[in-house]
Design a protein around this ligand. Structure first.
Ligand SMILES: Nc1nc2c(ncn2[C@@H]2O[C@H](COP(=O)(O)OP(=O)(O)OP(=O)(O)O)[C@@H](O)[C@H]2O)c(=O)[nH]1
Ligand SMILES: [Zn+2]
Length: 294
């Protein structure tokens, strides 16, 4: 029995890298498939090597953590990647992604690309919100090559996934961090129309003693499988103000005496973060109603 890490999972094939850096292409055993066993990029697995035919995955080892969107396991960090504009920054989408990372118990940082397109004040309008919430923020421009050294240093030795909407520059950032990274392990993107490339599946690429993962961009993210009673926990800066809430637990919505709402009024919690909290709560309720009707 040999073990390794799934670095890519595509078209029913699992690409496993062993500790000796050997790459073995595996298929999944019918029995595991029937049990609807989930195997994702980043998983540590055991496999049976077959020199004459297809090697087979036999087990998925216990996960350190699991991120639902994009589906990946055993991460040290999620780099939530956005552009300052083109496409416009979405506070709601960023807050949802942060909530998913918080729920998975994975450290998240925000990376703001395309700072060359906006003023410093505009970068700070976004960055300030997340610094106030206690997140590390990296403002970069792959065009100007700024901000990348600090990000590189932070990522050293970590297994990190770049996740974010389409077109924010995830692939560009990976290439700026390590020129040619996408060529190292073969092509990871596919040409779509007018010479544009888009990433089709998550892939871990070796980087300074760790790995970086490029992941497919997405348009929207549904607040699926989030418990409305737990959501407040995924807004990490709320916690320090909860001792001022009259009720425990407090939903921080209709309660008249609420430390979180008070902190929003005093500017200690960013208004946009609180708005996202309310919007995600509404979405969870709506999803629940819909599934109840089915
Ligand atoms: N102005 C500006 N444009 C950039 C910068 N970085 C990337 N871009 C452009 O943004 C577009 C999208 O870049 P990609 O790296 O393909 O974005 P992506 O996030 O990997 O996109 P998907 O694979 O579709 O998810 C390209 O046209 C890049 O040239 C930057 O720092 N400044
Ligand atoms: Zn409250």
């Amino acid at each position: 029995m040999t073990s390794g890490r799934i670095i890519k999972n595509f078209n029913g094939y699992y690409y496993v890298e062993t500790a000796e850096k050997e790459l073995v292409t595996c298929k999944i055993k019918g029995k595991m498939k029937k049990e609807r066993f989930s195997v994702v990029t980043g998983d540590m697995v055991e496999f049976e090597k077959n020199p004459d035919g297809e090697s087979m995955l036999t087990a998925v080892l216990p996960r350190r953590n699991f991120l639902e969107r994009p589906a990946m396991a055993n991460l040290d960090c999620v780099v939530i990647a956005f552009a300052c504009c083109d496409p416009d920054f979405s506070f709601l989408l960023a807050d949802k992604m942060l909530a998913f990372a918080e729920r998975a118990g994975i450290e998240a940082v925000l990376c703001l690309n395309k700072t060359d397109l906006v003023s410093e004040e505009d970068v700070e309008k976004i960055a300030g919100v997340y610094k106030l919430a206690g997140y590390r923020v990296f403002a970069v421009s792959t065009f100007k090559g700024t901000g990348l050294d600090r990000l590189k240093e932070y990522l050293n030795g970590k297994i990190s996934a770049f996740a974010g909407p389409s077109g924010v520059g995830k692939s560009s950032m990976l290439n700026a961090l390590q020129p040619g990274i996408s060529l190292q392990t073969g092509h990871i993107s596919e040409k779509i129309g007018r010479g544009r490339h888009t990433t089709r599946f998550a892939q871990l690429l070796p980087f300074n003693g760790g790995y970086l993962a490029d992941t497919p961009g997405f348009g929207n993210l549904l607040a699926e499988n989030i418990d409305e009673r737990e959501l407040y926990k995924y807004f990490r800066e709320f916690k320090q103000f909860e001792h001022n809430c009259k009720f425990a637990p407090c939903t921080h919505t209709h309660e008249p005496v609420c430390g979180v709402k008070q902190a929003v009024q005093e500017g200690k919690i960013a208004a946009s973060r609180y708005q996202s909290y309310l919007a995600i709560l509404d979405e969870i309720k709506l999803l629940k109603e819909k599934s109840g009707k089915r």
